[in-house]
Design a protein around this ligand. Sequence first.
Ligand code: SF4
Ligand code: SF4
Length: 299
Amino acid sequence: MELTYFNIQKFCIHDGPGIRTAVFLKGCPLDCLWCHNPESKSCVPEIMFYKHKCSSCGRCLEFCPARTITDKGELIYDRSKCELCGKCTEKCYNTANSLCGKTDDLDFILKEVKKDVPFYKTSGGGMTVSGGEPAMQSKAVIELVRMAKEEGIESVIETSGFGEREFFMSLHELGATFFFDIKGIDREKHKINTGVYTDVIHKNLDALIAVGAKIVLRLPMIPGKNDSEEDLVLLRDFIAERKDGIMYAEIMPYHELGRDKNTAVGRDVYDPIPAGKEFAPKWRELLSESGVEIRVSGE
Ligand code: SF4
Ligand code: SF4
């Protein structure tokens, strides 16, 4: 069995308890306006082209069927003609291109994860499976978590909650902890902000709570998108109704680190959104009325 991923990141300390190795998978069914991991959206490997690094030297035109140069000397990259040969990543002197994503079998991925077992033991860490959305490669993720468990490695699953119920239940039975995103409560607004309705997500959350799963809520808070007074009250009440089934909730203030990556994968850049950090104290104060411990990412 195989997984397609774009990064295996060592020594992560923000993706679950202790020191962790995070496997970032390709493929996401949501389309969040504020996505800061746009390279995770596509299920398949792709070229990231950083236009600001390109000097339009024309070297890649010698071997690439997807590149042309305009009369004005601007390099144009037509993604639809890319054959993923990878030559541009090796031959461009300006490192303007990188290949994002690869597919490996589970034995290889587990071998990478196992390299840091001593750190997991001393810190209470383990493996985190993130994305993208892990539910997009459900069978292989379940198998990876099972294999990790056999090695004594516990797993955290970072998820949007948008997937088949069986996927979440299987992972719960394997003892996984869920870092479960709640990106808003208003159904229509959620559809505008993320491309999908809340129904499947909220039902999966409630099903996990009903079986006593280990759940941390993650709350991406995006100024002007999901943080109105009404949004916050709905979110507070939503959390309060589920407070006995949630370990804690963590506010993830919007940051701009994904902007470059959006253009690099050929995605329109979203409207400018102000950084969220300065609003975090206000958000935390109101959401704390839910009776659940509210943390802020990075604090
Ligand atoms: S080789 Fe690199 S710098 Fe030169 S045109 Fe191609 S992408 Fe741009
Ligand atoms: S991977 Fe190959 S075909 Fe695709 S842009 Fe690079 S050189 Fe061109």
